[in-house]
Ligand binder design. Structure first.
Ligand code: XLS
Ligand code: NI
Ligand code: NI
Length: 442
């Protein structure tokens, strides 16, 4: 048995998920994700660095504003600590059966008792010891953890950006403990998602001061993390809105600007979530490319949104068109570095069979594995790159080159413009879309 099971097996009847190839009709098998298959010198597992998200898979019970829980977890216990330990067992059983090499969690996902600060610390560290034991037994690694400083009513006006210093300090208590636990568990990254770091109305908000507080807080977290031996990457996860009306880390470009404005660029990168990019009015690939272009791609929350909905539906990725374009940006970045593809995604409220969480991850992993193979082929054959290179060829020599090198002034440029011969050139978008489809379908 090459998966982890504690004293109880929670997902009975489901074995380790294996690769069977694209002809397989076995719902509990991979069709494209073949962990050890080599693609351009690395295994699929090394390229994709998948992670299971604790909060969606072992905490979200299907409750929504219109209805109560529908998903019954096999590990539920009435004592909160016993529940946390049983949940950890079920989580590691799931993670090793599905075969993501990594996992991610919030403090509140793994440990109970966040109301009283001292109980919070005690419980969290007890559970962290239990997680470490399970990591060692299973070889599963921590991609990142983070502090849940958005659910509790304490944080209704923000965490690091709260107008009340007492709340800022309470958020710091959680972040400090999360960094301690991260180092204990060998975390490769640490995430800040600014769930309530934003505002609802300017009528009660000093935005300048709040952004400065956020930067001060992140700088302190960076300094503390480095002082206790955290060697990984600090990540900020952009999102434009929800739960606040205006979130400060709106999208990749805004977040990169913030990171640079406050001198955090040597330690911080972005964690790009597909559905957050689309909420910001971009495509997933756009926000990845913004990061790739500025050396700021840290990690990815792999999910997808719903074209007809304006909120964060956090669906499992199934759109292979999107995963292919995403993998092109990731491969051109030279991979994900310390980051990975974390399934920040949930099954639908009416997906209530215990196997549904397996099927969801299989679909997500297959969609990215497929995207990886197609993206590598597109890059290897270089047709798109060749087309783009040719499109900018007028900057490769002569005056265009001098322009790029900063050797012309506006007067020079304007005189060239006086006699410029402008020939209309098609952008060939339809040709390129057809070409992309031929790779996807071929
Ligand atoms: C919510 C975010 C959240 C972060 C971690 O929209 O995606 O889940 O990834 O706090
Ligand atoms: Ni996320
Ligand atoms: Ni999200």
């Amino acid at each position: 048995m090459d998966y982890f099971v504690g004293d109880t097996e929670y997902f009975k009847g489901i074995k380790k998920i294996e690769f069977e190839g694209k002809k397989s009709r076995n719902p509990l098998a991979f069709k494209f994700y073949d962990a050890k298959k080599m693609i351009a010198g690395k295994t699929m597992e090394e390229h994709l660095r998948f992670a299971t998200a604790y909060w969606h898979s072992f905490c979200a019970d299907g409750a929504d504003p219109f209805g109560s829980a529908t998903i019954k977890f096999p590990f539920k216990k009435s004592d909160p600590m016993e529940n946390a330990l049983a949940k950890a067992d079920a989580a590691f059983e799931f993670i090793t059966k599905i075969g993501t090499p990594y996992y991610c969690f919030h403090d509140a996902d793994v440990a109970p008792g966040s109301e009283d600060a001292r109980t919070y610390e005690k419980n969290y560290h007890l559970v962290a010891d239990a997680l470490l034991a399970r990591q060692k037994a299973s070889k599963v690694k921590l991609l990142w953890n983070t502090a849940n400083v958005f659910t509790h009513p304490f944080f209704m006006n923000g965490a690091a950006t709260n107008p009340d210093f007492a709340v800022v300090s309470r958020a710091a208590l959680q972040v400090k403990n999360c960094l301690d636990v991260n180092v204990q568990l060998g975390g490769e990254n640490y995430v800040f998602w600014g769930g309530r770091e934003g505002y609802m109305t300017l009528l009660n908000t000093n935005m300048k001061r709040e952004r400065e507080h956020l930067a001060r807080f992140l700088t302190m977290a960076r300094d503390y993390g480095r002082s206790i031996g955290f060697k990984g990457t600090f990540l900020i996860e952009p999102k434009p809105m929800e739960p606040t009306k205006h979130q400060y880390d709106f999208d990749a470009a805004t977040t990169i600007g913030f990171i640079r404005e406050f001198g955090l660029q040597d330690d911080f990168k972005c964690n790009i979530e597909a559905n957050h990019a689309t909420l910001a009015g971009h495509t997933f690939a756009h926000d990845l490319q913004v990061c790739t272009d500025s050396g700021m791609l840290g990690s990815v929350d792999a999910n997808q949104g719903d074209n007809q909905n304006g909120w964060d539906t956090d669906e499992f990725p199934s759109n292979v068109y999107e995963t292919t374009l995403a993998m092109i940006a990731i491969l051109k970045n030279g991979g994900l570095g310390t980051g990975g593809l974390n399934f920040d995604a949930k099954i639908r409220r009416n997906s209530t069979d215990p196997e549904d969480i397996f099927l969801a991850h299989i679909g997500g992993m297959d969609s990215f594995a497929f995207g990886l193979e197609v993206a590598q082929k597109i890059i290897d054959e270089g047709v798109f790159d060749g087309f783009i290179k040719e499109r900018y060829a007028s900057f490769d020599s002569g005056n265009g080159k001098l322009f790029e090198e900063g050797k012309l002034n506006l007067g020079d440029l304007a005189s060239l413009g006086r006699d410029a011969e402008i020939i209309q050139k098609s952008g060939k978008q339809e040709y390129l879309q057809n070409l992309l489809n031929s790779y996807l379908l071929g």
